[in-house]
Design a protein around this ligand. Sequence first.
Ligand code: NAP
Length: 233
Amino acid sequence: MPVTWFLTGASRGIGLEITRQLLESSSNTVFASCRSPATAFDLDALKSSPGTLHIIQIDVMDEISIKAGCSKVLELLNGTGLDYVINNAAINHAGDLAFSFDPAALAETIQCNVTGPALVTRFLLPSIEKSSRKVIVNISSPLASIGRDLGPISTSYSISKTGLNMLTYKQSRERPDFIPILMDPGWVKTDMGGEGAKIEPHVSVTGILNVATKLTSADAGKFYTYLGKVNPW
Ligand SMILES: NC(=O)c1ccc[n+]([C@@H]2O[C@H](COP(=O)([O-])OP(=O)(O)OC[C@H]3O[C@@H](n4cnc5c(N)ncnc54)[C@H](OP(=O)(O)O)[C@@H]3O)[C@@H](O)[C@H]2O)c1
């Protein structure tokens, strides 16, 4: 049975690794979106993989781009369902603090990390409704968690990911037939995570996909780590 996947931010980091692992199976069709397909060379190189890859242009900061990219996905799906939506693309103006943050950076971070995923999922709705799976994985962060008490760093980013957490809760309550969840990928060695991070992208992504493919309706609205543990709010 073919399985269909969509994700944002597939050009590098965790998104590229998600695409790479999914395409190892010929039963997966992946709609991998990125904001600049013309320069996404590592993503393009995955075209020879066993799975089916469609590269879609989406800038999650731009509603027109999101609408056009999602329409393209619906067109390619040709009336079949979309099983998994992974909202992965995000930015982090690391280093900003609660008493010195730049309001423009906060607005930009919320646009990218909350409004973007909300619109992506909204425009993909007709295809999610046609799936028997209906999984939405919103990639969050431990910095979204007040319970984890991670201190003053990355204020705008943390606010945005806490907003994404609430969006996911709302999605799960508005559509009890969907399985929207939050995923903490761990501290991962990517451009965002930095060299000092704890785990390699392949370790994080193996865990993310293991959790995602086992989700049931009882998991809707939960905040999981890539190891399948529940994060505190
Ligand atoms: N790495 C970690 O330790 C860590 C920890 C917790 C949570 N996360 C979360 O995991 C996810 C992936 O992070 P990462 O570490 O892979 O980050 P990354 O290496 O910085 O990659 C970010 C990805 O997001 C894309 N992106 C940024 N702005 C975009 C936009 N406006 N439109 C479309 N795509 C955009 C980038 O595309 P371009 O190539 O076009 O810039 C890139 O593909 C994010 O949601 C992040 O918050 C990461």
